[in-house]
Design a binder for this molecule. Sequence first.
Ligand SMILES: NC(=O)c1ccc[n+]([C@@H]2O[C@H](COP(=O)([O-])OP(=O)(O)OC[C@H]3O[C@@H](n4cnc5c(N)ncnc54)[C@H](OP(=O)(O)O)[C@@H]3O)[C@@H](O)[C@H]2O)c1
Length: 249
Amino acid sequence: MDFSKATILITGGNSGIGRGVAEALASRGAKVIITGRNAATLAETIAANPTMLGYELDVTNADNVSSFATRVTADHPDLNAVIHNAGIMVIEDVLAEPYNLEIVDRTISTNLLAPIRLTTALLPHLRNKKEAAIVTVSSGLAFVPRTNALTYSASKAAIHSWTQSLRHELRNTNITVVEIAPPLVATDLTPGQSANPQAMPLKAFVSEAVELLCSDETPQEVLVQRVLPQRTAEQTGNFGKVFGMINPS
Ligand SMILES: NC(=O)c1ccc[n+]([C@@H]2O[C@H](COP(=O)([O-])OP(=O)(O)OC[C@H]3O[C@@H](n4cnc5c(N)ncnc54)[C@H](OP(=O)(O)O)[C@@H]3O)[C@@H](O)[C@H]2O)c1
């Protein structure tokens, strides 16, 4: 799949990793369409990148997602790739009484249900293209969880599993399925994260990840060097060690 020649829809393209990837792909020649909830940052991103197109979309609203898919494919019949980047991460206290189930609902709805719903809505359109791609964004935490972000970690493990199944189910079609699994990256995903010295700088992550995504042979998983200890923790027998580093006792 040549992403530099594709028309790519990126959810959450108004901030952090989504914006970085959108700008990098646009600079390689792709036509990029972004969505965001926040109208101000969406407008600001489009103003800074006049070749991009923007749509407001809250991905947790199932009806909106369905009507959005109809609208965006009518507006851009050449659309042939989607990157399901929009996501949230909320730290939870499982011992709180009551435990906040609203966070659980919102996290599963944003990180898991939304990509599934949008994929389903776009699939008939994508199947009619010569070549197409569906890209999910999981996390290193899909492979070794962060225990105080238990629903987030579970949602990312679930999207990893779903992506594996989708890839196999679409193996005889025109559609390539890719998973991007970022490590900790300096964005505003959680409060203070963009200033965390342990986080991979956003620019470095975007540059390495987009280089991998645009390789001659499209990888099934986009894994920057920093995420490999998490991604391979089970196979290398290092799960306990990495778990302990992420979740100090
Ligand atoms: N940063 C990391 O360390 C890291 C690590 C692994 C995986 N990831 C994943 O990478 C993706 C991007 O995260 P990020 O780090 O770039 O964080 P970010 O800067 O907070 O970006 C998150 C994006 O998701 C959008 N979004 C959230 N809820 C939405 C909703 N209900 N409807 C529509 N858009 C929504 C936000 O849009 P608005 O601003 O308009 O709300 C924003 O554009 C996420 O899937 C995240 O889980 C990040």
